[in-house]
Design a protein. Structure first.
Length: 109
């Protein structure tokens, strides 16, 4: 076997729907795994993005499959965090406003 073949990265490509996951969620999930593999993102159209995973050749198929599985879990986690952040923005702003105001919103007993 040629020595150069062992050093070539192994690529795995997936297409994600941008109506399912936001671009920010995808980028955050990619960043979390930047020590395990590199990622290239390529916009296919307004609704899809192609994710190209480049693995070190030392990783076997089982390890690569596990890392992609972990990536999908992280992608879901980041997407849910974004949803919770948007849904709780009003409460968060109220708490911050109260914390930094000199007046009280609740009458002391």
């Amino acid at each position: 076997m040629d020595k150069d073949q062992n050093t070539q990265p192994i690529e795995c490509i997936e297409t994600l729907n941008l109506s399912t996951y936001s671009l920010n969620s995808i980028k955050k999930a990619c960043y979390k795994f930047s020590s395990e593999f590199s990622v290239k993102l390529e916009k296919v159209d307004d609704e899809q993005i192609k994710v190209c995973f480049e693995f070190n050749p030392k990783f076997d198929n089982e390890v690569r499959a596990d890392l992609i599985h972990q990536f999908h879990n992280e992608l879901l986690d980041q997407d849910l965090r974004e949803i919770v952040f948007k849904e709780t923005e009003g409460v968060r702003n109220l708490i911050l406003a109260h914390a930094f105001s000199k007046t009280t919103l609740i009458e002391p007993e």
